[in-house]
Design a protein around this ligand. Structure first.
Ligand code: FES
Length: 247
C-alpha cells in the first residue's frame, strides 16, 4: 500500500506550525499506524532530515500515550481503537491521510505531534486517589462489593487518560476523563472517605487547568477508545451537587 501523508510540523511550543507532505510506499496492510510513521521516520533520518516527533509507549492500547488526530478524528476512523492499535488496512490504498496533534488549549503542543497532557496529572493530583493504611493485605471478603457496582467501577477505570475526549469535544472539556476517575474511585467503598473532597477538588482543578465546560455534545464518548460512557459525567455532576451541599 502507499499513502500521501499531510503531517503537522511544529518546531516548538512557540513556533509557527505548518503541514508538510510525505509519501510512504511498500506499507503492509497489517502494519500499525505508528509502524508506518516509524518507517517514514527511518526514511527521513536516512535522507538527513529531522524525524517527526510523536509519542508512544505500550503500543497495545493500554498507556494512553499515542493520541493523534487522524483525518480529523482523535485516534482515527475506527471506533474503540487507539492510534497504536489502528492498522493500515483501515485506510484506502493511495489516499491522503491528515495527521495532527490533539488540539486543545489545555494540551499545548511541545513539538510536531506531541502535546503536553500534564493538565490531566494536575487534576489527578488534586484528588484522584484514595488514602489507605498500609500493612498486610486484608482478606478479599472483608469489604463486600456488589457485582454491578464493581463492574461499573471497573468500566470507568478502563479510562487510559489519552485525552481523545478533550480533543473531540467542541468545548475541549475534560468532563469524561474526570467523570470516569471520580466514578471509579467513588463507587467503591475504599473511595468513600474522600468522596466529597475529591469531586470538589478535581472539578476545580479541571476549571483551573483551562478545560471547557461540558454541553452534552457526546463526541467524547464516540471518540473514546475505551468506550467510557457519558453516564460518568452525569455521576460526576450528581456527586458534585451532593458534595457542594455538605461542604
Ligand atoms: S502507545 Fe500505549 S495506548 Fe497507544
Amino acid at each position: 500500500m502507499k499513502f500521501r501523508l499531510k503531517i503537522w510540523r511544529q518546531a516548538g511550543p512557540e513556533a509557527q506550525g505548518h503541514f508538510e507532505y510525505h509519501e510512504v510506499d511498500g506499507i503492509s496492510p497489517d502494519q500499525s499506524f505508528l509502524e508506518m510513521l516509524d518507517q517514514l521516520n527511518e526514511k527521513l533520518v536516512k535522507d538527513g532530515k529531522e524525524e517527526i516527533a510523536f509519542e508512544s509507549d505500550c503500543r497495545e492500547g493500554i498507556c494512553g500515550m499515542c493520541g493523534l488526530t487522524i483525518n480529523g478524528q482523535p485516534h482515527g476512523p475506527r471506533l474503540k481503537t487507539t492510534t497504536c492499535e489502528l492498522r493500515m488496512r483501515h485506510f484506502q490504498d493511495g489516499s491522503t491521510i491528515t495527521v495532527e496533534p490533539f488540539r486543545a488549549d489545555a494540551f499545548p503542543i511541545i513539538k510536531d505531534l506531541v502535546v503536553d497532557r500534564s493538565a490531566f496529572d494536575r487534576i489527578m493530583a488534586a484528588g484522584g486517589y484514595i488514602s489507605v493504611n498500609t500493612g498486610s493485605a486484608p482478606d478479599a471478603n472483608t469489604i463486600p462489593v456488589p457485582k454491578p457496582v464493581a463492574e461499573e467501577a471497573m468500566d470507568a477505570a478502563a479510562c487510559i487518560g489519552c485525552g481523545a475526549c478533550v480533543a473531540a469535544c467542541p468545548n475541549a472539556s475534560a468532563a469524561l476523563f474526570v467523570g470516569a476517575k471520580i466514578s471509579h474511585l467513588s463507587l467503591l467503598p475504599q473511595g468513600h472517605p474522600e468522596r466529597e473532597r475529591r469531586v470538589l477538588r478535581m472539578v476545580e482543578a479541571m476549571d483551573i487547568n483551562g478545560f471547557g465546560a461540558c454541553s452534552n455534545h457526546g463526541e467524547c464518548q464516540a471518540a473514546c477508545p475505551k468506550d467510557i460512557s457519558i453516564v460518568n459525567i452525569a455521576r460526576m455532576r450528581a456527586e458534585y451537587r451532593k458534595a457542594s451541599v455538605w461542604a
